[in-house]
Design a protein around this ligand. Structure first.
Ligand code: FMN
Length: 342
């Protein structure tokens, strides 16, 4: 499938996530098979004031392409200027956030706030499209609430002003991240426009990815499930191609990827924040492994790379020992059963 000039095989994308989809995490997800990755959302007002928090988010690693920079705002001029600034950072796309549900954002009529004012949404999208040579995409929700589902009108606007794709988080603004997702709107939207439609919301497994494509969506975007398991991209790509879900990653694979991610985090954020902001990823990397709770408890308070590395080395020995003990116990049990039965 094709979005703008970028051709991708299946169209399984990493969703933009504040405090999560920074360059080190995006690199992990691209490496594991995400077809396109998105930055965290970036405030247009912050970008035009050159605020460090916003400009730092423009960093792109060459090996994570194709990557989209996501911006948000409610003033046309600020969005136009920030589109130019974002373009200088050299992404493959610019994405406009019209779906953020957070109070501080919507009260300024940005993010999902624009779902209450479609003429304004049109102007905002147009101001970005008119001020960049890059392909522009939009990410939004079904509507403000259940009584105001406007997604088909939004899709027509997005296409009409020249944006090249629309990602739909299949919830309304008042649902936040909870409650049922409504993928059933996708076929209706697909009928109304010819730009690619990207389905988002509660895609958690390779089977979900397949079902999501069955709605007619051109691509599927994964958020939270990737934090808990970045291998979802590898697994879903393989499942779509072959119908087979690969074996779970081994302990060694998980530790290798986690440490590489952590090293990139330290390089990107410095030693202190690199360690601190990595803590949210440990439970995902260790999920389902034997003795995971113990090691996770130690890793989330570990102060530096050396302590982490030592703890993980010890953990690998503990797991080897644990597996050996379990095997012995099983063998002893079968032996006893045999003795009883003879
Ligand atoms: C921690 C977190 C941060 C998020 N930040 C953004 C963001 O910056 N921009 C955006 O468009 N959506 C953001 N979202 C919404 C996700 O992109 C996605 O639409 C939502 O999580 C539903 O998809 P999922 O069920 O696959 O997680 C965020 C979600 C989470 C959980």
């Amino acid at each position: 499938m094709k979005i703008g000039h970028v051709e991708v095989e299946n169209g399984i994308l990493l969703a933009p996530m504040e405090d999560v989809t920074d360059p080190p995490f995006r690199r992990v997800c691209r490496g594991l098979g995400a077809d396109i990755v998105y930055t965290e959302f970036i405030s247009s007002e912050g970008l035009i004031r050159d605020a460090r928090k916003s400009t730092q988010k423009l960093t792109i690693y060459e090996d994570e392409r194709p990557v989209s920079i996501q911006i948000f705002g409610s003033r046309e001029e600020a969005m136009a200027d920030s589109a130019r600034i974002a373009e200088e950072a050299g992404p493959d796309f610019i994405d406009i956030n019209c779906g953020c549900w957070v109070k501080d954002v919507v009260k300024r009529n940005a993010g999902a706030g624009l779902l209450r004012d479609l003429p304004m949404m049109r102007q905002i999208i147009k101001s970005v499209v008119d001020n960049t040579s890059l392909p522009v995409t939009v990410k939004t929700r079904l509507g403000w609430d259940r009584n105001s589902i406007v997604i088909t009108d939004v899709a027509r606007i997005v296409e009409d002003v020249g944006a090249v794709a629309l990602a739909i988080h299949c919830r309304t603004r008042d649902q936040g991240h909870e409650g049922l997702v409504s993928w059933e709107y996708i076929p209706e939207v697909k009928k109304a426009v010819s730009i690619p439609i990207l389905l988002n919301g509660d895609v958690r497994t390779p089977e979900d990815v397949k079902h999501a494509f069955e709605t007619g969506a051109d691509a599927v975007m994964i958020g939270r499930a990737a934090i808990a398991n970045p291998w979802i991209f590898r697994d879903a790509q393989h499942y779509i191609k072959t119908g087979v879900i690969p074996e779970k990653p081994t302990l060694e694979e998980r530790i290798t990827v986690a440490l590489e991610h952590l090293r990139n985090n330290l390089e990107y954020k410095g030693d202190h924040y690199g360690i601190l902001e990595f803590r949210k990823f440990w439970s995902g990397y260790l999920k389902g492994l034997p003795l995971a709770a113990h090691v996770r408890r130690d890793l989330v308070v570990a102060p530096d790379m050396e302590v982490i590395q030592q703890r993980l080395d010890r953990y690998q020995d503990e797991v080897t020992e644990h597996v050996r003990e379990q095997k012995e116990r099983r063998e002893k049990y079968f032996q006893e059963q045999m003795e009883v039965s003879v």
